[in-house]
Design a protein around this ligand. Structure first.
Ligand SMILES: O=C(O)c1cc(=O)[nH]c(=O)n1[C@@H]1O[C@H](COP(=O)(O)O)[C@@H](O)[C@H]1O
Length: 253
C-alpha cells in the first residue's frame, strides 16, 4: 500500500502527518498559478469534483509529475457494479487515496475495493479507500429534519464508520470531533481524514463541524484537509506554513 503515516505513530516525536491541500479550482491553469510558490515542496493534494470534472485524468498526471501525492475525492455513491467499474478505471491513475459515500452500503464499499484491486497495475499498491460518514457541512438539525436520522451525530458517524470498517475499507472521512470515538472503536490503523478545518479567525463558510488544525492533531486525526483557508488567503504559502506548523503541534492559534 501507499505510505500514509498513522497519526499515533511516533507520538511525542516530530512526525509529518498528511496535511492535504484541497485544490478546489475550476481549471488546470488556476492550479498551476496556485502551486507556483510551492514549486520546491512535495505536497499531498486533493483533486475534487470541481477540478476533475473539467480537467480529467490529465490533471492527475500533471500533479504526479510534479511529485505530489494525490487524494482523488470523487465520493462515489452508486450501485455496486457501477462503483466497482469506476474504481477499476480510477486505480490505473496511480493516486494515493480515493473515497466513496458510506451511505452507499456495504456491498457498494466491498465492490469499490474489488474494483481497485482489479485495476491496480501489478507491482503497484492499490490506493487507500475511505468512506465519507457524514459530510462536515451537515449538523444535527439537518440529520433530523432533512435526512430523518434520529440518532446523534456521533452515533451516526460511528455507525457509518463501522459499515466502512466491516467492508474492509482503510478508514473514513469525518470531522475531527468524531475521531476519538472512531479510534476507540476501530483502533489506530483505521484512518480518519478530517476536512472542516478552520482557524478561529476564518469564515466557516458552508462547513458546520469545524475544528482547528491544532485541535485536530490533539484529537488524533490521521490527516487534515484544508481548502479555502489556504487557497483563498492573500498569501497562500504563508497560510499553508502557518496551518502546517499548527497541525504539527508547533504553535496554537
Ligand atoms: O471528502 C472530502 O474531502 C470532504 C468531505 C466532507 O465531509 N467535507 C469536506 O469539506 N470535504 C472536502 O474538503 C474540502 C474542504 O474545503 P474547505 O472548506 O475550503 O477547507 C472540500 O474540497 C470538500 O469537498
Amino acid at each position: 500500500m501507499n505510505t500514509f503515516p498513522n497519526a499515533q505513530e511516533g507520538a511525542g516525536e516530530k512526525v509529518n502527518h498528511p496535511f492535504i491541500v484541497a485544490l478546489d479550482f475550476p481549471t488546470a491553469e488556476d492550479v498551476k498559478t496556485f502551486l507556483q510558490p510551492f514549486q520546491h515542496e512535495s505536497l499531498f493534494v486533493k483533486v475534487g469534483m470541481e477540478l476533475y470534472y473539467q480537467e480529467g485524468p490529465e490533471i492527475i498526471r500533471y500533479l504526479k509529475e510534479q511529485g505530489h501525492r494525490i487524494f482523488l475525492d470523487l465520493k462515489l455513491h452508486d450501485i455496486p457494479n457501477t462503483v466497482k467499474r469506476a474504481m477499476q478505471g480510477l486505480a490505473c491513475l496511480g493516486v494515493d487515496l480515493v473515497n466513496v459515500h458510506a451511505a452507499g452500503g456495504m456491498k457498494m464499499m466491498e465492490a469499490a475495493l474489488e474494483g481497485l484491486d482489479a485495476g491496480t497495475p501489478s507491482g503497484e499498491s492499490r490506493p487507500y479507500c475511505i468512506a465519507v460518514t457524514q459530510l462536515t457541512s451537515t449538523n444535527e438539525q439537518m440529520l433530523r429534519e432533512q435526512l430523518l436520522i434520529e440518532r446523534s451525530m456521533e452515533e451516526t458517524v460511528l455507525h457509518y464508520a463501522s459499515l466502512a470498517h466491516k467492508s474492509g475499507l482503510d478508514g473514513v472521512v469525518c470531522s475531527a470531533k468524531e475521531v476519538p470515538l472512531i479510534r476507540q472503536a476501530f483502533g489506530e490503523s483505521f484512518l480518519t481524514v478530517t476536512p472542516g478545518i478552520r482557524v478561529a479567525t476564518d469564515e466557516k463558510n458552508d462547513q458546520a463541524r469545524v475544528v482547528t488544525p491544532y485541535e485536530a492533531r490533539k484529537l488524533g486525526a490521521s490527516a487534515i484537509v484544508v481548502g479555502r483557508s489556504i487557497t483563498r488567503a492573500a498569501d497562500s504559502y504563508a497560510a499553508y506554513e502557518r496551518l502546517q506548523r499548527e497541525w504539527n503541534g508547533e504553535e496554537q492559534k
